[in-house]
Design a protein around this ligand. Structure first.
Ligand code: GLU
Length: 451
């Protein structure tokens, strides 16, 4: 059997992390088993579906690298992949149910006669869930009367206005498109007996189901679009790497048997399986997501890092084509978790002057010998012919000796005077990139400021 999975978003909002995780799991499962991943757009709700939402979802999937073999833009044997354009197919399936006497009209709506029998979902994640739809649907709670009342258990599959209901079109399309595995959020588990009943009525073997646990926010409630880290486009704008976000999403509900946490996309494809999906809800942790991303940044090849960082550098006024950029990025990459943080670390190398952090200046000003220290550094640097990290360190060492001090004691004043900040990347290589002239100029300007 060739695996066929699908992501079936309703284009009514942004691509959020729960939906993207569902897409990822379907994609990983298909890729791992050499199958196909489909994108099907469930846009039967014309009032809530928007082109803008569609664009955001497609952009998000592309950014994450979740390419689809069939669907919008990719075509495939089941075009169109938009449910709003598949009405004739649904009419045809409705006619089948009608011919079998399994549907009837009720005040303009079409109802499907649910079977009076126990239906068991054998979920690959949640285990077995059994329901008799006839019994379960025969009563409903009436909010006005504040008590249970009798209800018609038969499922409305078409509204009086002619619009088809989600359950019906979802099942017809999974059947038509030959979907073998339905991997989706646990919020759909309670719908699945209805889907099994429809598959049965259409004489079809249902696909395998795997309902993945919900993704909760840190306070333990369902994650909403207002929670930090909820929307995929914000990761892109915030300087996350697609592989980092995908890695973190994979961990939200799945774990490898050996507890490895950092995976490339290729490793995820190799390792992901439904048996590793947890049945309990997962809690979103933005700090961990940032950490995972930082680990991916460290592993990026230099050329790729430069490419990914370019828009963030340009936005901060740093020319990505500056020949010092690759080395500067090499110095900064260990210290950041997102691309957006890179300019903050290396920006001073490309700036005309240092921007002084008041607290950092105040800290070094506590030293009575600060002017002499800076002057000694300036003299030692001026005498250095070899303007490399090694040469710079040797110069600081000789300035320290001249002052009867230790090299370590000179590093902070040197850092603050030349970069304006009390922290940052390794100082000597930073100063090598900044250039001798710029370093001497900044030291002189700093002496002027403090004396
Ligand atoms: N359109 C449904 C949703 O977005 C898809 C459910 C499913 O994957 O079957 O929740």
């Amino acid at each position: 059997m060739t695996v066929r999975t699908r992501f079936a978003p309703s284009p009514t909002g942004f691509l959020h992390i729960g939906g993207a995780r569902t897409a990822l799991y379907n994609w990983l499962y298909a890729r791992r088993h050499g199958g196909s991943f489909l994108l099907r757009v469930e846009d039967t709700d014309a009032e809530r579906s928007t082109a803008e939402s569609m664009r955001v979802i497609l952009d998000g999937l592309r950014w994450l690298g979740l390419d689809w073999d069939e669907g919008p833009g990719a075509g495939g044997p089941h075009v169109p992949y938009f449910q709003s354009e598949r009405r004739e197919i649904y009419d045809r399936y409705l006619a089948k149910l009608d011919a079998a006497g399994l549907v009837y009209e009720d005040e303009g709506a079409i109802r499907f006669r649910v079977p009076d029998k126990i239906l068991t979902v054998s979920d690959l994640v949640c285990g077995e869930v059994s329901t008799n739809l006839k019994e379960a649907g025969s009563r409903r709670y009436d909010a006005e009367l504040k008590r249970e009342v009798e209800a018609n258990p038969d499922l409305v599959i078409r509204r009086p206005n002619g619009g088809y209901i989600f359950h019906f079109v979802n099942v017809v399309d999974d059947l038509e498109m030959g979907i073998t595995h339905v991997i989706r959020g646990e919020d759909h588990l309670s719908n699945t007996p209805k889907h099994l009943a429809l598959f049965g009525a259409l004489g079809a073997t249902p696909p395998r189901f795997a309902h993945i646990p919900l993704n909760l926010n840190p306070s333990g409630t369902k994650m909403s679009k207002r929670d930090q880290g909820a929307l995929i486009h914000e990761y892109q704008e915030g300087g996350f790497l697609p592989s980092g976000v995908a890695n973190y999403m994979a961990l939200l509900g799945w774990s490898a048997k050996d507890d490895q946490e950092i995976f490339s996309m290729a490793e995820l494809v190799e390792r992901f399986d439904l048996s590793g999906v947890n049945s309990s809800n997962s809690k979103f942790d933005y700090g961990k997501c940032r950490w995972v991303n930082g680990e991916h940044l460290k592993r990026l090849a230099p050329a790729e890092l430069a490419g990914q960082a370019a828009p963030f550098l340009a936005k901060a006024g740093i020319d990505p084509a500056d020949p010092r950029v690759p080395e500067a990025l090499g110095l900064a990459r260990e210290r950041v978790q997102t691309l957006a943080e890179l300019p903050g670390i290396i920006g001073t190398i490309f700036a005309d002057a240092a921007t002084y952090d008041e607290a950092a200046v105040a800290k070094v000003k506590e030293r009575a010998d600060l002017p002499q220290t800076i002057t000694a550094l300036e003299t030692a640097f001026a005498a250095t012919d070899e303007w490399t990290a090694e040469g710079i360190k040797a110069a600081v060492q000789s300035a320290a000796e001249g002052l009867g001090s230790k090299m370590g004691a000179l590093m902070l004043p040197c850092r603050v005077a030349t970069t304006g900040s009390a922290s940052g990347a390794d100082l000597a290589p930073m100063l090598a990139l900044l250039g001798k002239e710029a370093v001497l100029r900044r030291l002189r300007e700093f002496v002027g400021q403090i004396s």
